[in-house]
Design a binder for this molecule. Structure first.
Ligand SMILES: [Fe+2]
Length: 130
């Protein structure tokens, strides 16, 4: 499990809630892998995580544009790069199935990216707004 911690709060309620949901969705996927749920159920949870990540990025990008955040383009590029990696992992999951190695790789990449991105780039939005 990848726990959301209070230290990841950027102090903007809507964004914080969306970040918590991302962790929850990823954990639901991990729990299904651990429980050896049938492959379809596991894929569905990963698809759902991907779809929600994209929805969340769109929301954040709209917010950045609304407030005139200066690093909008750079920030958006990071979102696109992450979405690209997720799409690749999804293909890998489809072909290899939820092997132990793949699920560990996903966990390290996704939780590491989220923690880094939230604590630096997303925090910068909150600082700008404040
Ligand atoms: Fe972001």
């Amino acid at each position: 499990m990848v726990e959301w911690q209070e230290s990841l709060s950027i102090g903007m309620l809507e964004v914080d809630i969306q970040h918590k949901l991302l962790f929850e969705k990823f954990n639901a996927f991990l729990a299904a892998c651990e429980a050896e749920t049938e492959a379809d159920g596991i894929y569905r949870l990963f698809w759902f995580l991907e779809a929600y990540a994209i929805t969340h990025f769109n929301e954040e990008e709209k917010l950045m544009q609304r407030v005139g955040f200066p690093d909008y383009l750079k920030h958006r590029e990071k979102h696109l790069a992450f979405a690209g990696e997720i799409a690749k992992l999804k293909e890998q999951l489809k072909h290899e199935g939820p092997t132990h190695t793949l699920v560990s790789t996903m966990t390290m990449f996704i939780s590491g990216w989220l923690v880094n991105h939230i604590s630096s780039m997303d925090r910068a939005i909150a600082r700008f707004v404040a």
